[in-house]
Design a protein around this ligand. Structure first.
Ligand SMILES: Cc1ncc(C[n+]2csc(CCOP(=O)(O)OP(=O)(O)O)c2C)c(N)n1
Ligand SMILES: [Mg+2]
Length: 581
């Protein structure tokens, strides 16, 4: 492909701008300063010229990781994260992340170059021929294609609005190869660009919906509030905290809502989850959906007698999407609006005073919680050999407490579930994990975006299997010299590492990896720091050094290969041939 070209080409009379330039100008005009990319035909020059024009272009080793980076950049910044890929295979590699963004309500735009329309549509066998727009549509919140340079401004504006307004999601923007070299008059081109005004307009809840919700909450004997990652996304942190504290109601943070209030807050009921869910009579969901992560609002988790049985709770659901209510069980009081506006409306309505929930409920929650925390403290204090998840994560817990601004990326099964329950978070949007799908592979992409968008130290707690999905991006982390400390909780396999092939043949069991694999050498290969640790003391020292130096570091923490359970905490979702019932 070509070299860096001047921004505009000048002839005797006219100044022109080409498609490459208009895409870059349109993004910049809308405050987009970072692109997560993997170059190749037809977008190579787009990456070069974007960089030459002051956009930060982060180049990845696989599009899926660039896509996950873009998705979490969207979550962290409320601006659409941009992933840029080549056509067909690059596009497909990025598509997983696009679907992930849509599922998790993260604003993201996947921009892919595509092949020649006329040839693709007649299926005449073009280079990387694929009808990308049609394929992206069902997985994206919206999908658009731009064929003419003068429409680039509109295309980018529509993509931005679709990504961030209402319930955010993944948007696909198809840019055919032929678009990029198209030239139009520079003045005309400039005029065609749109600076999006109020891309994510506030959605104010109806006053009667606010009153209905608060009346229900007020009358509750055993109220509970659940904070979802929608609440974290909203960046209405002080309002949410004020609201929770004013109500005096126990709250449960969903995984990525941890830290909205510190997990050590006296109203936090995380340690009494299995007590408060079935026990509550009125539950207010704030930016949390009643999907599988909350057992669909029914079944034994909620005090129902069978899996389909509804508990006795009445639900208040605060959500930006009017379609969310009643998706699983009856919602008695839906409140539709953006989380910030809704919580502000609650606070305004509560001016007239608010009585704390009955002491009986608060005491019961407190007792349960204190008992469970004490039990956990006992487990954490043990120092078994070999190291297990608890003794390793006890160290991580201390390090995060001492470094509350660090961002924690987390994936795996046991490595995920134990980290979520053991490591307290103290500030909003510091915990980034597998999200709604429980997807493996987000790790290193998330690390890059978290470091780049916040400039904070990143700590990734990774299962050894989980890490493998994006492990090659440690080169990317080293290349950009990012303050990322990856800790692999290495139990030699998926869930655990001690399974054997029942046939006695040499192939290992499907869930088992090379024993004692030296993952830290991968980081060393690219100039980062690699450390192999077998004890909590060694782990502590290595993490402290990593955070002190801010150098790319990979700590390979050897965990008892018998320590994990199948599927972590979600064993019940795993169909088996009679082994466990
Ligand atoms: C994309 C994707 N593929 C496969 C899975 C299934 N899966 C769930 S957890 C997991 C890995 C668990 O092993 P590890 O990361 O080592 O965590 P451990 O339980 O051993 O701590 C896999 C493969 C998934 N969730 N996502
Ligand atoms: Mg493992």
């Amino acid at each position: 492909m070509g070299t860096v070209e001047p921004q505009v080409a000048t002839t005797a009379e006219t100044v022109t701008a080409d498609g490459f330039q208009l895409v870059i100008d349109a993004l910049k005009l809308n405050g987009i300063d970072t692109i997560y990319a993997l170059p190749g035909i037809p977008i190579t020059d787009l990456t070069r010229r974007a960089q030459a024009d002051g956009v930060r272009v982060l180049s990845f080793r696989h599009e899926q990781n660039a896509g996950y980076a873009a998705s979490i950049a969207g979550f962290l910044t409320q601006k659409p994260g941009i992933c840029l890929t080549v056509s067909a295979p690059g596009f497909l590699n990025g598509l997983n992340a696009l679907a992930h963004a849509t599922t998790n309500c993260f604003p993201m735009i996947l921009i892919s170059g595509s092949s020649e329309r006329e040839i693709v549509d007649l299926q005449q066998g073009d280079y990387e021929e694929l009808d990308q727009l049609a394929i992206a549509k069902p997985l994206a919140k919206a999908a658009y294609r731009v064929l003419h340079a003068e429409d680039i401004g509109v295309g980018i504006a529509r993509a931005i609005r679709a990504a961030v307004s209402g319930r955010p999601g993944g948007v696909y923007l198809d840019l055919p190869a032929k678009l990029f070299p198209q030239s139009i008059d520079a003045e005309l081109g400039k005029k065609s660009l749109i600076k999006v005004v109020d891309a994510a307009p506030k959605q104010i809840p109806a006053p009667e919906a606010v009153r209905r919700a608060l009346d229900l909450l007020k009358g509750a004997k055993k109220p509970l509030i659940i904070l979802g990652k929608g609440a974290a996304y909203a960046q209405a942190d002080s309002e949410i905290r004020n609201f929770i504290e004013k109500t005096g109601i126990p709250y449960l943070p969903m995984s990525m809502a941890k830290g909205l209030l510190p997990d050590t807050h006296e109203q936090c009921a995380s340690a009494a989850r299995s007590f408060v869910l079935p026990g509550a009579d009125v539950v207010m969901l704030i930016g949390a959906r009643l999907n599988w992560l909350l057992s669909h609002g029914k079944g034994k988790t909620w005090g129902g007698k069978s899996a389909k049985d509804w508990g006795g709770q009445k639900f208040i659901q605060v959500d930006i999407s009017p379609q969310e209510a009643d998706s699983n069980v009856r919602i008695h009081a839906p409140v539709v609006g953006d989380i910030g506006s809704c919580v502000r409306a609650f606070l305004a309505e509560m001016q007239s005073g608010w009585a704390k929930p009955p002491a009986e409920w608060l005491n019961a929650v407190h007792d349960k919680k204190t008992g469970n925390i004490a039990k956990m403290a006992e487990t954490l204090a043990k120092n078994p050999s070999p190291m297990n998840f608890h003794s390793a994560l006890n160290v991580v817990r201390d390090i995060v407490r001492a470094n509350p601004d660090a961002i924690l990326v987390n994936e795996g099964a046991n490595a995920l579930d134990f980290t979520r329950s053991i490591v307290d978070m103290y500030k909003p949007r510091k915990r980034l994990d597998v999200g709604t799908w429980g997807i493996m592979g987000v790790g290193m992409g998330y690390c890059v975006a978290a470091a780049v968008t916040t400039n904070q130290q990143v700590i990734a707690i990774e299962g050894d299997s989980a890490f493998g999905f994006s492990g090659m991006e440690v080169e990317t982390i080293c290349r950009y010299n990012l303050p990322v400390c990856v800790v692999i909780l290495n139990n030699n396999g998926v869930y655990r590492g001690d399974e054997v092939n029942p046939t006695g043949r040499p192939d290992p069991a499907p869930l088992v990896f090379v024993k004692d694999a030296r993952y830290e050498k991968l980081m060393e290969a690219f100039g980062g720091v690699g450390v192999h640790v077998t004890t909590p003391a060694e782990l502590r020292k290595a993490m402290e050094q990593a955070l002190h130096s801010r150098r790319p570091t990979l700590i390979n923490a050897m965990i008892d290969e018998k320590a994990g359970t199948e599927s972590g905490r979600i064993t019940s979702l795993n169909p088996t041939a009679g082994k466990k019932k």
